[in-house]
Ligand binder design. Structure first.
Ligand code: PLP
Length: 357
């Protein structure tokens, strides 16, 4: 446990021994923030990320950090990329899937799992299931790229195509799981999946002990929710920046409204972050608490960011990673003198997207 987290934990335990009606005044007398009580769920979320890190660290790659001075607006900005595109499946999604699968009971593992995903989560579940020798069925919508579908099947998972929106596939998968009694692994609406994604933040603070800001692409909110839960606990001064395509700001609008709003979407090059959310998503509350700044970027800005990385380094990053980088580039002048990380969340570029680069 990090020192700051240990101190918070001690204060939290102390306050919890006090009757609820006296907690405000007693905690003020003790000089302890009352918000600790209100944030019990956040502390638990942070602890879950620490536990997930212990559970999965030998099963996933500790991805490297790359310095990107060429993209920083001036020499005072230290710009770093966290290269999750180098995970075996080409994205961070292996982390959440691995954490969920390693948390199953022996009976649940024997029954096999069901997942729904437009690609990266399906790949993560298929890879994690194969490693542990369990069966996986992956539901995808018709928007899944042919290459991702093929790679999921190559990892031994059974692919089922349903509907035209990722939410259709997700609802069908949940229904199948309910009928069969198998565990459903949501791409974002699951505390174990979110905790697994959050392990990026544990590595990040080990690799960059003083981090001012981190830019993260947001879809269902599992990635930023898990990372943010850990960062708010272990490094509260780190600014967590949520990044969305203007064409698909579903969780952004939901956070503003205080409830899940499935707003109309336009097609986006950030395919992996697109799609509607389940009404009860656990990510809404966490994301509302952990996101300090929100940035929306246009399709042109996303493409420009992807092209710059390709031209400078020859790397193909996918649209979602382009969203996070484009968001930084849009407001780069705000970060003079700061150390900033951009999460390169994936490198799985479909043929369709490749043809637009
Ligand atoms: C590469 C990539 N980046 C970002 C995201 C967004 O993650 P989340 O849905 O947890 O917000 C996804 C989701 O599938 C993804 O595949």
């Amino acid at each position: 446990m990090q020192p700051r987290a240990a101190a918070l934990h001690k204060d939290f335990l102390l306050i919890c021994c006090i009757p609820p009606c006296l907690r405000v005044s007693v905690s003020l007398c003790l000089g302890v923030e009352f918000s600790l009580c209100k944030n019990k769920s956040m502390q638990q979320a942070g602890q879950r990320v620490v536990d997930a890190h212990t559970r999965i660290r030998s099963s996933v790659l500790q991805t490297p950090i790359e310095e990107m001075p060429e993209l920083a607006p001036d020499k005072s900005v230290r710009l770093l990329f966290k290269m999750e595109n180098l995970q075996e499946t080409g994205s961070f999604k292996l982390r959440g899937a691995t954490n969920k699968i390693l948390s199953l009971t022996p009976q649940q593992a024997a029954d096999g799992v069901i997942a729904a995903s437009n690609g990266n989560h399906g790949l993560g579940v298929a890879a994690a299931a194969r490693r542990t020798g369990i069966r996986a069925e992956v539901y995808v919508s018709s928007h899944v790229s042919s290459s991702k579908a093929k790679r999921i099947e190559e990892r031994g998972a059974t692919l089922r195509q349903v509907g035209s929106n990722p939410l259709d596939a997700e609802l069908a998968a949940r229904a199948a799981a309910q009928q069969s009694g198998k565990v459903f692994i949501s791409p974002y609406n699951d505390i174990d999946v979110m905790a697994g994604q959050g392990t990026i933040a544990v590595e990040l603070l080990q690799q960059i002990p003083h981090l001012d800001s981190v830019f993260v692409a947001v879809g269902g909110g599992g990635l930023i929710g898990g990372m943010g839960a850990y960062l708010k606990w272990a490094s509260p001064q780190t600014e967590v920046v949520g990044c969305w395509p203007e064409n698909s700001p579903v969780l952004y609008e939901s956070i503003r409204a205080g409830r899940i709003l499935n707003v109309p979407e336009q097609p986006t090059i950030s395919e992996s972050t697109a799609g509607w959310l389940e009404q009860d998503s656990v990510t809404l509350e966490v994301c509302t608490k952990v996101i300090d700044r929100s940035v929306l970027v246009s399709e042109e800005e996303i493409l420009a960011a992807m092209r710059r990385v390709r031209d400078l380094r020859g790397w193909m990053i996918e649209g979602a990673a382009g969203v996070a980088l484009a968001a930084f580039l849009k407001y780069a002048s705000d970060y003079s003198g700061k150390t900033v990380a951009v999460i390169i969340c994936g490198g799985n570029v479909s043929k369709e997207v490749l043809s637009r680069l």
